[in-house]
Structure formats: structure tokens, C-alpha cells
Write a protein that binds this ligand. Sequence first.
Ligand code: PLP
Length: 396
Amino acid sequence: MKINRNFDNLVPNYLFADVAKKTNAYIAAHPDKKVIKLGIGDVTLPLAPVVVEAMKKGAEDLAHKETFKGYPDYEGYEFLRQAISDYYKSFGVAVGADEIFVSDGAKSDCGNIGDIFSKDNVVLVTDPVYPVYVDSNIMAGREIVYATSNEANGFAALPDENVKADIIYLCSPNNPTGSAYNAEQLKAWVDYALKNDAIILYDSAYEAFITEDLPRSIFAIEGARKCAIEMCSLSKTAGFTGTRCGYTVIPKELERDGHNIYATWYRRQATKFNGVSWPVQCAAAAVFSEEGQKQIKENISYYQENARIIASALDELGIYYTGGKNSPYIWLKCPNNMGSWEFFDLLLNEANVVGTPGEGFGENGAGYFRLTSFGDRENTIEAVERIKKVLTNLSK
Ligand code: PLP
């Protein structure tokens, strides 16, 4: 037998393992120090009470013959898809309940969607990048081209007419850079995709963090229904990182190469996926209820305030950064032209604060650093004070 040799082409990414190794070694050598972690991309606040209640009720349903549920619909229960459709409507975007697929999260959908596309397509990702887009396509053996995100474009890469791509991954608000596209920038990508007969795979996992007047969906852009698929997640929106639920939207009219994309993805899901559990779909529907929206927004506001605290310290220090406003991530330029790992060591050793070196997210991340706002308030404030002290001393 032979294994998929494309796996040999994966670049070993030890980023988080190396971060953990260095952090643990420091803690072991300095047990008296309080190390604060601002590197985590996981939420820390619990599920909203209304969500927990719905999940408990869903579990209770499974305990009785009259209310027991077996296999769910492949595309998710109608009540949840309708709730998601109504949610889109609340910010002015028309998406039909019959265009939504409920899933166990955006990572699965981002990674699996490639199943329906030929290996011969050229994939475009923006760099720095959420690694799933790259690695899943390396596994499939596709050619990948990179669009540069840098200071010149505010870490929000735009299309280059001279580059030909068939599949385009966009993530806005972006992980890791925290930048968010405006309508004009997204329109440029939609126009590019239409012109190249390409499909945009739009990851909106952080749309709930948008505070400014920016699109919360690619389908807010004219023409997107003819060239885009959107993946979203309840992980960061409602603390579902451990609960697992997301959704993918495929407009019914989206066609390529003589095939209807909705029907093709339905066929794929029906073959390889047996749906999301009843209690989790009940919990997910509660997120979109009036009370659910109120409660999850309290958690999001908490993270947003953490982000504001970090960002305002960087403003004071005169350090360039993106994100922090419409995103839980703050992407900053390492001071004094330090490398990402050099800055990591400085913060760990001098401030006892852990962040994520930018170069782990791609070539253009070298010399940059990611902090997240998912920690608790007290620790975030303390970490920021320590960072300010270290960086002020550095510039003396
Ligand atoms: N997409 C992006 C851009 C992410 O940053 C993450 C998680 O960090 C995901 C998707 C994963 O989402 P899920 O937990 O729904 O699989």
C-alpha cells in the first residue's frame, strides 16, 4: 500500500509546540513568577445560561422515547437553519434557510470543502494565514499562491490582476492579523473571482467582533452569490470551541464547471458526515434567540474591552498594529526591528507574558507578533502594564 505522499510536503509547524515548550521551561525554572498567557486562540468565558439550558433540555429529550432523536438531517435541523437565516437578515443579508449547512465547526468545513474541487485548481491564500487553508490544500496536492498582507495594505491583501487563482480563501476579520475588509475591498475580491471564474471561500468566524460599519458577510457584496461560499462558527461568537457547531452557506445559484455547488456539497456531506447532535443544535439555536444574542454579546464585549486595553497601550507606546477593534486579535510590529522569536523571548523573560510569534503564520509574519483578548480582564491589565514597562525601558 502507499500513503498520500502529499503529506511529505507539509512543512512541520511547531509554532504552538515551541511556544508551549519555551513557556513551560521558563515556568519550571521560575516557579515564583506569574506567567500570563495572551497567546491563546481559545475562549475562556463559559457558555451563556440560555444556551446551557437549551442543551440540557436537548439532552433530556434524548432520555425519553417520545422525544428521542436519531440521526439528524445532513444539512442540520430546519429550526436552526431558519434561526441562522434570520440572524443574517438582522444585519441586512438575505441567505435562505435552504442554503445553510450546519456542521461541527468551521475548521472541518474549511478543510473538507476541497473535496468537491479538482486537484488541478490553483489556490490563493493571503499571507499571514490561518494554517488550515494551506495544509488542507497541500494534503490534496494543490498548487498554492500567496497574496501578500503587509503594512502597506494594512495586513489586508487585495487581488492582483496578474495572478490567476481558482479557489480563494479570505478571512475577515482575520486570524492572525485582526484586519477586517471594508465593502470596497471585498468588492475587489468578488470582481476578481467573477472575472477568473473562481470561488471565494470566505471564513467569517470572527464576524461577531465587528464594531465598525464593515460587512459581516461576503453576501453583503453584490455579485458574491455567484462566486462565494461562506463558513462561520459559533466557537468565538458564543464560546462553542468545545461544544462544536458552525455553518456553511452556499447560494443555490452557485455553479461551476456544469455543476451546482450546493448539490455537490450536499452529496459530499451525505457521504462523509452524519450531522451535529440534537443537544448541540438546540444550544446553537438558543444563541440566535433574543435572549441568547443579549447574553453572548456580554461575553464578546468583555473580550472587546480586553482588546481595547491592549490596543490603547500600543497606541501609547507608538507601536504599529492591526486588529483590536473588529477582532479579538492584535497583530503588532515587534519593536526595534526584533524578530518574532526574539520578541517572544523578551516578553517571556522580562514581562512574563506569552504571545504568538507572527512568523508561525507565514513569511510575512516575520517581525510581527499576535496577542489575543481571550484572557481574563485582570490578567490582561497586568500583562499590558508589564509589557509597557519592558518596552519603555527598551526605548531608553
Ligand atoms: N477559522 C478561523 C479563521 C479560526 O481562527 C478558527 C479557530 O481558531 C476556526 C476557523 C475554527 O473554527 P471552529 O472552532 O468552528 O472549527
